[in-house]
Design a protein around this ligand. Structure first.
Ligand SMILES: [Zn+2]
Length: 103
């Protein structure tokens, strides 16, 4: 049943969400920081990880994957990803999502 199998990207997305959610909950339970501050820390972590990975890829022979970082476009893509995932969907869209999730 190929249609029922999750794609590699879907599996990775859920794994990443769980990892960040776990860190978020842990910090919320052990500090007095407000949710928005903790979410900002998560966004800063993503930015810092981007910088580290991009730096490694600017030097030849460090990774064979061939990715060439372009800071402006890459950071814009990350910003769009946050905005898209955080966007509040109209109720009708949420109903559609529920149905799609069961299919
Ligand atoms: Zn690479």
């Amino acid at each position: 049943m190929r249609g029922e199998r999750k794609s590699e990207e879907e599996i990775a997305r859920e794994k990443m969400r769980q990892a960040v959610l776990c860190a978020f909950c842990s910090i919320m339970q052990t500090t007095r920081l407000r949710p928005m501050m903790v979410l900002r820390l998560a966004a800063q972590a993503v930015g810092a990880i981007y910088k580290e990975v991009a730096t490694v890829h600017r030097h030849a022979d460090t990774c064979p994957c061939g990715w060439e970082p372009r800071a402006d476009a890459d950071v814009e893509a990350l910003q769009i990803a946050i905005a898209t995932a955080a966007a509040v969907q109209p109720v009708s869209d949420l109903r559609w999502l529920k149905i799609a999730g069961r299919a």
